[in-house]
Write a protein that binds this ligand. Sequence first.
Ligand code: PLP
Length: 471
Amino acid sequence: MKDNEFRDWSSKAAEWGADYRARLRDLPVRAQTKPGDIAAQLEPSPPEAGQPMEAIFADFERIVVPGMTHWQHPRFFAYFPANAAPASVVAEYLVTAMAAQCMLWQTSPAATEMETRVVDWLRQALGLPNRFTGVIQDSASSATLNAVLVMRERALGWKGNIDGLPGQPKLRIYCSGEVHTSIDRAIWVSGIGQDNLVRIPVQGEKRSMDVGALDAAIRSDRDAGYLPAGIIASVGGTSVGGTDDVAGVVEVARRHGLYVHVDAAWAGSAMICPEFRHLWAGVDGADSVVFNPHKWLGAQFDCSVQFIANPGELVRTLAIQPEFLKTHGADGIINYSEWSVPLGRRFRALKLWFLLRAYGLEHLRGMIRNHVAWSRKVASRLAAEPGFEIVTPPMLSLFSFRHLPAAGSDSDAHNYELVRRINDDGRIYLTQTRVDGKVAIRFQAGQFDMREEDADTAFEVIRGIAAELSG
Ligand code: PLP
């Protein structure tokens, strides 16, 4: 690209983005391509000579866009949302243009100081006490890994990083079976080992871990010579929204001197609405909490906020200061790279600052309340429809259901086929999960631009395609 073309192509990209958002409703939500379709259109070797931007841009529209699943589509009801509200996209254009590395205060003072401020805005917005400070991580997986590393180091008297794990007592971490797989990964990566992640049985409609069983497991592990290190509580588990009794978990942890990390990656955004905060009652006593503004709130991926009661412990676990990273003569500053595993950091605070200022908390609360109400409406319409069963009731805006197959047919195969047909149809996008071993279909409402009519369309599509499937 010639230097003088940068302005033009930047404007074209922004124009394209606005047009793309405007026509999203007319596109199939999930990509309708087959495996290999896109790869077959990409040159096998890199070009030796530069090519005109016109050609590259035309290929982007011709090859790439049809191979995209549209995560910003208002009828995206799969997984969890990854909302990128327009104001946060604008902020990301600016971040991309400046392309700063924000690892140390001095490498981008504005990024550091804004990060401290917007994380505290979010703390206030979520109703968390000021014993929490925080940091923006790339993902909840990273935040949870950090929490597990602190659990490990705290339990081992800060010797794990130095001596390694062989020869140390075997650590134990506790959680329910409803947690996201990022918890499993954190346990592997931290060297604690999958067998030392103890799954506590869940109970009740909220699928919360049985705190009595948690207490008993910790005691029996201690008696058997293990070293319990921490507990990971789930608020809004990925599969069907499993939510622990955080107050009960914190009480057990206090009794045993254990660290508590709360994973509210998805559901945390809903805590800007005071009426939903009962779902994480007791969170004030946790050691760390993660939530992803890049899911429901509208901050473009990646943007995961980790609130921490004692950041000194995290810094003690992760910080390393070779001479080339020392910031001499700058007292009272924060170098956020000491709060995370990667050294390099993007300027993630700017999109939060734009998002919160452009929409305001009141608008964001309204959006979340609508999603919860519309999801409940779809659930109650499906519940009233012959041939459907609600498997797990709405937890905020997430519920799961099944369509009942003809007598003698396999329910799992039937519901897989229903999801496949719905997604091939393209008007909505859904994904499946397993509840107590049986396939169920997840429905979550959460798109930034979703309207009530999109929920109505979802109901009609599900009902219509299920009827066709049953003949
Ligand atoms: N925790 C929960 C409850 C999630 O649903 C997810 C992702 O969907 C994660 C953690 C992992 O999030 P991330 O992709 O930010 O690592």
